[in-house]
Ligand binder design. Structure first.
Ligand SMILES: [Zn+2]
Length: 296
């Protein structure tokens, strides 16, 4: 193993540690990086293709910006298409990625969910390039394959395509979460609790339903207990944003969580996003409220 390989493994371990509870990383976490034998290893820089100074030519990470929000760059074939830097295939950054391809060096892929928030995947491999469209073809792999086998056969290709396609699903889920939490200013729409660690992005119409699109207007930021209570129809929301607690629960008598956490919400107003376009869609709330009434 070269010293660069050792640093790469340290980067992967550091990412593992950082994403133990939440796999969305902030720009500042990635920029500050960590120290390895006295040297600062940053995971991002000005350019999308990033090579820390300690590395000779091969980058450590490739990053997409949040501009192409409607295209995640992953195609139906389960491969990621990553644009060259500029138009010159021989720009040092592009050469660096070509070297990574030839030497089969694992990299980190950072996908911007919104400005400043990234979902990380590693190891990723550059497996080809299309000079005509100025793109590299990139595939994700699982963590047992940080060091690629001597020859990557069909099996490796299927596995990588599958993992890359699965990452696309994760991008969409996490992007729904960060956009909903942002719209609600990181607070529970029922009780105002303001800790992202305890908040979820709940769907008004479930994502298994064709109407359950992952748009903010089909979402509610809810704390864990209120998310479960909403999902199980303990609590409903009327189309005019009023919170309704199920009758039998109102009649129950128990400790402070039931009293303050649930019963006192009855007839209170939903906390709403500032922008009207991000507010819950009344039509979806109406459908959901009908289900709630049937559950009573
Ligand atoms: Zn809550």
């Amino acid at each position: 193993m070269t010293s660069e390989d050792v640093i790469r493994l340290a980067v992967f371990n550091w990412l593992e540690e950082q994403t133990r509870f939440d796999d969305v990383l902030s720009w500042s976490t990635l920029l500050n990086g960590f120290y390895f034998q006295g040297q600062k290893i940053s995971l991002v820089g000005q350019q999308g293709i990033w090579k820390p100074r300690v590395f000779r030519s091969i980058p450590i990470s490739i990053r997409t910006s949040a501009h192409g929000r409607y295209s995640d760059g992953i195609t139906e074939d389960g491969l990621l298409h990553y644009k060259y830097r500029g138009n010159d295939p021989h720009h040092p950054d592009n050469r660096g990625l070509r070297d990574a391809m030839e030497q089969r060096v694992p990299l980190v892929y950072l996908h911007a969910l919104m400005p400043g928030k990234y979902l990380a995947a590693w190891p990723v491999f550059v497996i080809g390039e299309e000079r005509r469209s100025l793109t590299f073809i990139v595939a994700l792999d699982d963590k047992q394959h940080v060091i690629p086998a001597q020859s990557d056969g069909d099996e490796a290709e299927y596995r990588r395509r599958y993992i890359t396609a699965s990452f696309r699903v994760r991008i969409h889920q996490r992007s729904f979460r960060v956009r909903v939490l942002e719209a609600y200013r990181t607070q529970c729409a029922f009780c105002r609790l303001r800790h992202a660690e305890l908040l979820d992005a709940a769907h008004i119409i479930p994502d298994s339903d064709p109407k359950g699109e992952p748009v903010v207007s089909n979402g509610l930021a809810l704390c864990k207990i209120h998310h479960a209570a909403f999902d199980r129809h303990f609590i409903g929301v009327t189309p005019d944003y009023r919170i309704v607690v199920r009758e039998d629960l109102l009649a129950e008598s128990d400790g402070p969580i039931l009293r303050h956490g649930i019963q006192e919400l009855h007839n209170s107003k939903l906390i709403l996003p500032k922008h009207s376009i991000e507010r819950p869609d009344r039509e979806r709330l109406a459908i959901r409220f009908e289900q709630f009434k049937r559950a009573v």
